[in-house]
Design a protein around this ligand. Structure first.
Ligand code: PEP
Ligand code: MN
Length: 250
């Protein structure tokens, strides 16, 4: 399968868990046309005692994915120290997570550490529906003279009362951002909005219908065994089927 779209398409597991899990998932995603591979190395867990990620040990597995399958590699950074490690390792894309994006001090420190770099930087919406805080994080990165592309990710907002979704989409916020900044791509992370695999294609379709610029989706070679976000990850085959249904691959 091959991508037939100019939308931004990123997929990969929530977390890097082992070399084998990463390479197997990447191989299967490459076969359905994925060219940008995501995996979290340091996991921002809401409560302690869960899987916190493999950390820097996973960097070489990620670079192996790039060498073997020719994919660009993306991971989350959340501190100056991680940023320095990832820049040294030469990742192609780094994203700032929803929890980090809430704190302008952290975002500014990371922006300073990224100053002048050539990688693409994606910024998730903060966990609370504060559109100016999201735009502010994006602006801090823009002011750091980053040579790669800056991209916003809508991943939904924490809600006290859970509806059907894990994180409620508030579509007017990414649309407001696009109206403010038509030059800035805004993609959707349907996985963290949906919270369950069966709703992911539905959320992805809504995002595309609203004119968002791409999809950032969690896929795992064996979702039920995943160490984080097991319920919401698609298999690479399910991901490939969704892409065909959305007419984004041939
Ligand atoms: C993730 O992408 O795995 C993640 C932790 O996302 P968020 O920051 O949106 O919760
Ligand atoms: Mn996740």
């Amino acid at each position: 399968m091959k991508l037939t779209t100019d939308k931004i398409i990123v997929s990969g597991p929530c977390s890097a868990e082992s070399r084998d899990q990463l390479l197997t998932t990447a191989e299967q995603l490459a076969a359905v046309g994925v060219t940008v591979f995501r995996a979290g190395l340091w996991k921002p867990r809401t409560r302690p005692g869960c899987f916190e990620g493999v950390g820097a040990d996973g960097i070489e597995w990620m670079t192996e994915v790039r060498t073997r399958y020719g994919m660009r590699i993306a991971t989350e950074l959340n501190s100056v120290r991680n940023t320095e490690l990832l820049l040294k390792a030469g990742v192609d894309i780094a994203w700032i997570g929803a929890r980090t994006a809430t704190n302008p001090f952290d975002v500014q420190d990371i922006a300073d550490a990224l100053r002048g770099c050539h990688i693409d930087v994606y910024v998730k919406n903060p966990v609370a529906p504060d559109s100016a805080l999201w735009l502010g994080a994006l602006e801090r990165l823009e002011r750091a003279n980053i040579k790669g592309r800056i991209v916003a990710i809508h991943r939904g907002f924490c809600a006290w009362e859970k509806d059907i979704f894990r994180n409620n989409p508030i579509w007017s916020i990414p649309l407001w951002l696009k109206a403010q900044r038509p030059d800035l791509p805004v993609v959707c992370d349907p996985s963290h909005i949906a919270g369950q695999a069966k709703l992911v294609p539905h959320v992805a379709r809504m995002a595309l219908a609203l004119g968002l610029d791409g999809l950032f989706v969690e896929s795992h070679c064996n979702p039920s065994a995943a160490l984080s976000d097991a319920a919401q990850q698609l298999t690479p085959e399910e991901f490939g089927q969704m892409m065909q249904d959305l007419k984004l691959t041939l």
